[in-house]
Design a binder for this molecule. Structure first.
Ligand code: ZN
Length: 307
């Protein structure tokens, strides 16, 4: 499932190529025909991400809310402006490149540019197609795709926990600490709860718990405030880095040589995620896996004994 950094990058891509443009909206698959008709011919005024949700505002006080869920992705074609500081769209391995067609969902990768006319014919079950004169975005497989008014959008956002990329103020940190430390629920579950903190998914959850050396079953109420604040600050840095690079670098991310290795090889990126049975990089214990909050949780039973 795309985690928060990807959704923020998708919002960036919409800001780069679609905001300010009049949008031809359609639903080639047909399932979203009524919603697309409400948006068709209006101008996109804003693109923002909160946690894993994308909100696109149109000049008629209508918003498109999209949650990609496990399988959703956006395909961009035509003009795809660079959104990285480095000045180029990044491929799935993190190498800067200019893409003619780009898929942003679970990771990011160039796709078949569909040589020929622009816009290319829809391929597969395209729920919604947003088209300007120069750029095209096709959405497939989302969990949620609906048209809302501003009040309804505010209601959705109010139910989400803080997202440091949407609000980095001290109140957001305080709110996170309050929500995490007031519950008798395992911290490994709370980090995935979008009403506690918005945007963390399965990869960041496992890696953040390892980085904090936290035992994943520790209930929120037993996590000291200082440790909770440390989790938030770690998330602020990881999310910022993920938005900048498009990759989840959670191990030795401050070491330039290690960064290069991790960008080139996904097997080098993580401390515990998807490393079941392999030796912990710190202590050599076999990495354990179990189900928590419906997803596989990876952790080191020797290192993670805190708080
Ligand atoms: Zn270990």
């Amino acid at each position: 499932m795309p985690e928060g950094h990807t959704v923020h990058r998708i919002a960036r891509q919409f800001r780069a190529d679609f905001v300010g443009e009049r949008i031809a909206a359609s639903s080639p698959q047909g399932r979203f025909a009524a919603g697309a008709a409400l948006l068709d011919g209006t101008a996109l005024t804003e693109a923002r991400a909160v946690g894993k949700q994308l909100f696109l505002a149109f000049d008629t006080d209508r918003w498109l809310r999209v949650h990609l869920g496990l399988y959703g992705a956006w395909d961009f074609h035509g003009q795809i402006s660079p959104i990285d500081a480095g000045g180029a769209v990044r491929g799935s391995l993190g190498a800067p490149r200019v893409a003619r067609a780009l898929r942003m969902g679970e990771g990011e990768r160039p796709v078949d540019p569909a040589d020929g006319d622009f816009p290319p014919a829809p391929v597969g079950a395209v729920r919604v197609r947003l088209l300007t004169e120069a750029s095209l975005a096709d959405l497939r497989g989302p969990t949620a795709c609906e048209v809302l008014d501003a009040d309804a959008v505010a209601g959705v956002i109010a139910r989400l926990g803080p997202d440091p990329a949407a609000d980095a103020g001290p109140e957001a940190e305080t709110e996170f600490v309050r929500r995490l430390t007031s519950r008798a629920v395992p911290v490994g579950q709370l980090l995935m709860d979008q009403s506690v903190v918005a945007g963390i998914g399965n990869v960041y959850r496992a890696e953040m718990l390892f980085r904090a050396r936290l035992e994943p079953h520790t209930v929120g109420r037993r996590v000291p405030g200082e440790v909770a604040r440390g989790l938030w600050r770690d998330w602020v840095g990881l999310l910022d880095d993920g938005i900048a690079t498009g990759a989840m670098l959670t191990r030795d991310e401050d070491d330039p040589a290690a960064r290069e290795r991790a960008l080139a090889d996904v097997g080098e990126r993580h401390w515990v995620y998807k490393r079941t049975g392999e030796p912990c990089y710190v202590c050599g214990t076999a990495i354990a896996v179990e189900t928590m909050a419906t997803r596989n949780l990876y952790w080191c039973p020797t290192c993670q004994v805190g708080p």
